[in-house]
Design a protein around this ligand. Structure first.
Ligand SMILES: [Zn+2]
Length: 290
């Protein structure tokens, strides 16, 4: 039996050697014997990466004049960027409470507008002020609100169009490493560009939630903002402490927080270097939505 096996092996070796010498392919019945069998691969569980939820930067500004409405804002069940008007009766108290609840605190800096001179606040930055006067007002307003990380403009449809004044203001802000959000109260605003030139981290507002103060229009603006977040991955929206706005937010946010990440400006800006260039791209995206 062993002898027979040896003969078979020897014949097989001779045949394989001959084929190799004449460079001929081995007969079909021998090829599978020489080909190593594939090692079976254990199936690996497929892990599908969950797409990141779009980010929503929700800013509520004009806070400070009304305690009850301000309290409703800080009680919203998501991270809110709270922008406080300086020299208002409840700003400091609400800023402190909002900060302790984990919200972001911003200064809502009053600036001169082209219209409504009647609404101009005494602490507003105006075009008639010199650089040193602007500087004094800027830091007085800043020191009035605790825990400020950045600022946006209250009104300012005139001042944000003035390159020199914006350069000064952004240079003051750079001293404190603040970020800037252009509320975009004028299409001619140069604030974002000046912020970028002074090295500030900055973004522009995409959507106002409540330009018309009824619930149906707030819903419509909110949906428009969310569509933009879905498309682009992030949206910057500004609302106000109006009853209708808060009614809509209180109703919608418990569900929306499951599908969107409501984040602070600081955490968003820490993950990205969003400067004027990207904000201009945001503007283009906005136009395609209109
Ligand atoms: Zn405002």
């Amino acid at each position: 039996m062993i002898t027979l096996f040896r003969k078979v092996v020897v014949c097989w070796l001779i045949l394989a050697t001959c084929c190799a010498l004449v460079a001929k392919p081995l007969p079909d019945f021998i090829q599978p014997m020489l080909t190593p069998k594939p090692v079976p691969v254990m199936p690996v569980a497929l892990t599908v990466a969950k797409p990141e939820r779009p980010k929503v930067l929700l800013i509520i500004d004009d806070i400070g004049d009304n305690y009850r409405l301000g309290k409703r804002v800080i009680d919203l069940p998501v991270t809110v960027n709270l922008a406080f008007l300086p020299r208002t009766p409840f700003a400091r108290r609400l800023a402190q409470a909002g900060y302790q609840l984990g919200h972001e605190v911003m200064l809502h800096l009053p600036m001169e507008s082209t219209t409504r001179k009647d609404l101009l606040r005494e602490e507003a930055l105006t075009q008639s002020l010199s650089e040193s006067e602007l500087r004094q007002k800027f830091f007085e307003n800043l020191s009035d609100i605790p825990h400020v990380r950045g600022f946006n403009n209250h009104m300012g449809s005139l001042l944000t169009t003035l390159p020199q004044q914006m350069e000064w203001v952004m240079a003051f802000a750079a001293e404190r490493q603040l970020y800037f959000v252009d509320s975009r109260t004028s299409s001619q605003s140069v604030a974002l560009q000046q912020a970028s030139e002074q090295g500030l981290r900055a973004v522009g507002r995409d959507i106002f939630l409540d330009p018309v103060g009824d619930q149906a229009s707030v819903e419509k603006q909110l949906n428009k903002a969310l569509a933009l977040a879905d498309k682009r991955g992030v949206v910057v929206m500004i609302g106000h402490p109006y009853r209708d706005t808060l009614d809509v937010l209180e109703r919608r946010l418990p569900q929306l927080r499951k599908d969107y990440q409501f984040v602070s400006l600081t955490s968003y800006l820490n993950q990205t270097s969003t400067l004027a260039k990207e904000s201009q791209a945001q503007q283009r995206d906005l136009k395609t939505l209109k």
